[in-house]
Design a protein around this ligand. Structure first.
Ligand code: F6P
Length: 343
C-alpha cells in the first residue's frame, strides 16, 4: 500500500511525531510506502508530493512544526479542487490512502472527500483541545506547559513591582489552554469564551488579591468577551471577519483593570510561542500512537474515520462524531478553577 500523509491548518507540536509513528509502523509492520503532501490540501489538490522513506523520519519525534508544511487551503476550492480531481491525483501518484492530520476544518474537508468515496482516514490535531470525540489532542499539553512556564515568570516580575499581570493565551472558541495553564500557575482570574464575566467582577478579584499583598495574575483566552463590554471591544478584540484578533482582548482587559482599580497592570501576549518548539513527552507519545493507529485503520480500509483517544485507549470514530460541535469547557470544570479566584 502507498499512503499519503498530509498536515493541514495551524501547526502543532507533535505533527512530526505522528508522521514518524505512521511511517515506522507502516514500513515495519506492513511494508507500506509513504509520501507526504506539501502544505496540506494544497499539496493534495496539486499533487505536490515528497517521498517519505524510513530515514526521512529519523529523530522527528522531538522536532516542532511539520516537515510537510501546512496551509489553510480548502480542498474543494479552485479549478483543481473537489473529489474527482483529487481522485485523479491519487491515481497518478499510485496513492491508495490519505491520512489527513488536522483540526476541525481539515477533518470537515476529509469527511466530504470520504463521503464522496475517497480513501481518507484522519488524525485529530489542535493545541486548543476543542475537538469532540477525543479526550485530548496532541499539542495541547505542550501549549499548557509553555503557558504555565510563562506565567510562573510573570508572577516573579509582577511580585517585584506589585503589579497585576495579564497573560493572553490562545483559544479562539474555547478556553482549555487558559483553564489548564491558569490552574497550574495559580491564576487569580481565568477568562474564557465559554463564560461571560463582568469587568467589574474581574477588577474586584484583582483588588482582593492586591489588598492582601500579592501580585494578581489574570489569564485571558483570546476569544473571551466581557459581559459588560461587548460593544466596547467590537473592532478591538476582533478582526473584521468576527474572528478574535490575537492581542486584542489582552490589551483591553489590561486597560480596564488598570482603569477600574488604579493598580499598575501589564499585558503579555503569548501568541504563537504556544505552538512552537519541541512537544512534551505526553504529546510525543500521543502523537506517535495516533500515527500508528491511523496507518492500521488505513490498512484495514476504515475510510471516513479518525483515530482518537478515549481514556488511555485509541478508538476509531466517524468523522461526523468528531465534527459534532466544539468540545467546550463545562461549568463544573470552570467552577473548580474559581476556587483560585480573588480572595
Ligand atoms: O490552532 C488554533 C489556534 O491556535 C487558535 O487558538 C488561534 O486563534 C489560531 O490558531 C491562530 O492561528 P494563525 O496561526 O492562523 O494565526
Amino acid at each position: 500500500m502507498r499512503i499519503g500523509l498530509m498536515t493541514s491548518g495551524g501547526d502543532c507540536p507533535g505533527l512530526n511525531a505522528v508522521i514518524r509513528g505512521a511511517v515506522l509502523h507502516g514500513i515495519k509492520s506492513y511494508d507500506h510506502e509513504f509520501v507526504g503532501f506539501r502544505d496540506g490540501w494544497r499539496g493534495v489538490v496539486e499533487g505536490d508530493i515528497m517521498e517519505l522513506p524510513r530515514q526521512s523520519v529519523r529523530g522527528l519525534a522531538r522536532q516542532g512544526g511539520t516537515i510537510l508544511g501546512t496551509s489553510r487551503t480548502n480542498p474543494f476550492d479552485g479549478p483543481n479542487g473537489g473529489p474527482e480531481n483529487i481522485a485523479k491525483v491519487l491515481e497518478r501518484h499510485h496513492i491508495d490512502a490519505v491520512v489527513a492530520i488536522g483540526g476541525e476544518g481539515t477533518l470537515a474537508g476529509a469527511k466530504r472527500l470520504a463521503d464522496a468515496g475517497l480513501p481518507v482516514v484522519g488524525v485529530p490535531k489542535t493545541i486548543d483541545n476543542d475537538l469532540q470525540a477525543t479526550d485530548y489532542t496532541f499539542g495541547f499539553d505542550t501549549a499548557v506547559s509553555i503557558a504555565t512556564d510563562a506565567m510562573d515568570r510573570l508572577r516573579t516580575t509582577g511580585e517585584s513591582h506589585h503589579r497585576c499581570m495579564v497573560a493572553e493565551v490562545m483559544g479562539r472558541h474555547v478556553g482549555w489552554i487558559a483553564l489548564h495553564s491558569g490552574m497550574a500557575a495559580g491564576a487569580h482570574a481565568i477568562l474564557i469564551p465559554e463564560f461571560r464575566v463582568h469587568m467589574e467582577q474581574v477588577a474586584e478579584w484583582v483588588r482582593e488579591v492586591h489588598d492582601r499583598g500579592r501580585s494578581p495574575l489574570v489569564v485571558v483566552a483570546e476569544g473571551f468577551i466581557p459581559d459588560d463590554r461587548k460593544e466596547a471591544i467590537a473592532g478591538k478584540g476582533t478582526e473584521a471577519s468576527g474572528r478574535p484578533r490575537l492581542g486584542g482582548i489582552g490589551e483591553f482587559v489590561t486597560k480596564e483593570i488598570e482603569h477600574i482599580t488604579g493598580i499598575e497592570t501589564r499585558n503579555t501576549i503569548l501568541g504563537h510561542i504556544q505552538r512552537g518548539g519541541a512537544p512534551t513527552g505526553f504529546d510525543r507519545v500521543l502523537a506517535t500512537r495516533l500515527g500508528i493507529g491511523a496507518v492500521t485503520m488505513a490498512t484495514e480500509k476504515q475510510w471516513g474515520k479518525m483515530c482518537a483517544l478515549r481514556g488511555t485507549d485509541l478508538v476509531r470514530v466517524d468523522f461526523s462524531k468528531a465534527l459534532d460541535g466544539l468540545k467546550v469547557v463545562p461549568q463544573d470544570r470552570y467552577d473548580e478553577a474559581k476556587v483560585l479566584f480573588g480572595r
